[in-house]
Design a protein around this ligand. Structure first.
Ligand code: FEO
Length: 396
């Protein structure tokens, strides 16, 4: 396939992976993904911005078959979905230099065993002059590794943002007109990949406000030819704002925990609080992560199995903890047959959350009417908490 023209001297030359369904053996990809590489051809020099996942190197090579000379391979990010084809590219273009941050050099040498002589390291704000095409380096560490850089093509106002602003979305055109579809995919991507780095991303976006960005060309998913929507969405996601919503993530074995979840959902709904429920036996963890991007509260529900929390609940609690969502409140509910350490185990897995932990409701066996009154009291308590931070109407 030919590289696809974005504007004069700027081309997309990546690979679209329609069939990939899991990233890092963890992240569900219901819509596939793409590995976006770009060619920027100046009067004097030609730069290839990133490469592709190693399994798709042949696709990139096919797109580059008409290009005799590449002077720079700019590696924004050392993760292999963008850097993995560099060794093969260096065989095809032996005079090319790999341009990256010093940390990027360290990681590329570590992960790809590249020799030191192939590198040129660049500082923050440094200019890569291609002749009539000027790339400014913008350090954007922790989106999503510590070495990551973005580049800004001054003449065309294009931000090559690497993972930032990306979406795991396979596509045929370079742009998708349905903004809502892209926004939904990018929210999933933010939730699964970027959420742990929220405070850092907030600072990067504040810095990017100073640039006249006409187009955002990320490393995954379609290009944004009008970047206002995606930037505004990210500003909201990285803010401290939360919605009047409770995420209930639970497992149930014999229905007791589910009865509690039903009662809690009804109690919250009655009080005007939105609920998103995830039965972890069947839930899409990507959807769970998306709900956590802007929900105020999480309630984790578990039965007791072999003296502890259900493994699905422990796995979800571990994930929630690692994603560090901006939750304000948390609670644990569940059931046990006779005894156990279910609550203690879950609590031990959510130490990163800065949420206020509300009193748990743990019952024995099938919940009684008295137990369900405790659930009703939890619903009331959550509603009051939501009022106290101004996301639910009424007096705190
Ligand atoms: Fe798309 Fe962090 O790699």
């Amino acid at each position: 396939m030919e590289p696809r023209k974005i504007t004069e001297g700027v081309f997309w030359a990546g690979a679209v992976d329609w069939d990939r369904r899991l990233f890092d053996a963890l992240i569900p990809l219901p819509d596939g993904t793409s590995y976006n590489a770009y060619i920027v051809a100046g009067r004097d020099k030609t730069a290839l911005l990133d490469t592709v996942e190693p399994s798709m190197t042949a696709v990139l090579l096919d797109e580059l078959k008409g290009i005799d000379k590449i002077d720079y391979i700019v590696s924004h990010h050392a993760e292999q979905d963008h850097s993995g084809s560099i060794p093969v590219l260096l065989e095809k273009y032996p005079d090319a230099k790999v341009v990256c941050s010093p940390k990027g050099k360290e990681l590329l040498m570590c992960h790809l065993h590249l020799p030191e002589f192939v590198f040129i390291t660049v500082a923050d704000s440094e200019i890569i002059d291609l002749g009539g095409k000027t790339l400014e380096v913008i350090y954007t560490p922790w989106v999503h590794w510590p070495e990551t850089i973005s580049t800004y093509l001054k003449e065309d106002g294009i931000l090559f943002s690497c993972d930032l602003f990306g979406s795991h979305l396979a596509f045929t055109g370079l742009h998708i007109e349905d903004e809502q579809r892209v926004c939904d995919a990018s929210k999933r991507y933010f939730a699964e990949v970027m959420m742990p780095f929220r405070p850092t991303i907030k600072k990067h976006i504040e810095r990017l406000d100073k640039y006249d960005i006409k187009t955002i060309a990320p490393s995954h998913g379609p290009i944004y030819k009008d970047p206002r929507c995606i930037i505004a969405s990210h500003k909201e996601w990285v803010s401290d704002n939360v919605k009047n919503r409770v995420v209930i993530a639970y497992a149930t074995m014999h229905g007791s925990t589910e009865l509690m979840v039903e009662a809690l959902s009804a109690g919250l709904w009655k009080r005007g609080v939105e609920v998103e429920r995830f039965n972890l036996a069947t839930a899409d963890t990507g959807r769970l992560a998306m709900a956590l991007v802007d929900s105020a509260t999480i309630v984790i529900g578990s039965p007791t199995v072999l003296g502890g929390a259900h493994p699905l609940v422990i796995s979800a609690a571990f994930l929630v903890n690692a994603l560090r969502p901006k939750l304000k409140f948390a609670a644990i509910i569940g059931s046990q047959g006779w005894a156990g350490k279910m609550m203690e185990q879950i609590t031990a897995h959510i130490g990163n959350l800065k949420a206020e932990v509300l009193p748990p409701v743990i019952v024995k066996g099938k919940p009684t009417q008295a137990d369900l009154k405790e659930i009703e009291a939890l619903a009331e308590s959550i509603a009051e908490k939501h009022k106290s931070i101004g996301i639910l109407q009424g007096q705190p």
